[in-house]
Design a binder for this molecule. Sequence first.
Ligand SMILES: [Zn+2]
Length: 181
Amino acid sequence: MLSKSDMYEISRSCDKSFDGIFYMGVITTKIYCLPSCKARTPLYKNVLFFDDKHSAIDYGLRGCKRCRSEFFPNTQPLWLNKLLDMMNNMSNKLDKNTMEEITGVNISTIRRYFQSYLNITAFAYHRKIRLKHARKLILEGESILDIPYITGFESLSGFRSAFQQEFGINPGEMKHQEHTK
Ligand SMILES: [Zn+2]
């Protein structure tokens, strides 16, 4: 059994692993949050904890806009799914206008969402996908000189350092390893 102070500490550290296990109600603002909510944790005397959403709602509290507690566990907005699909299928660079077009939401909403829920920027997230695609191309024997352009990197050196950072090995070494297997 978690005590009130345990739950308070968990909420203060924004621990995602307790989402759905309890909800933190804020008496002053009449809102209830997930433990992982990034909003500032109120004073101890102003919070109450609930085992489920319904108890929080019965108490007269509303869902939080920031952590979307009322939608938990389906906290992803529809536009995000569209964007993730697009990112997964698009191996070259994705610009701000295209992202806004696909999702129908403003780039600042996209930025905020990625930062607060996925803890990574939208561009960094998509770069990871492009790097995975690049790795696949290397393993398929594509020329390393062509890959940066196919996967939307400005230069070979930029591609190299991003690749090294992601996989801890540079593209040439990976190609070599594959050949000597
Ligand atoms: Zn919240």
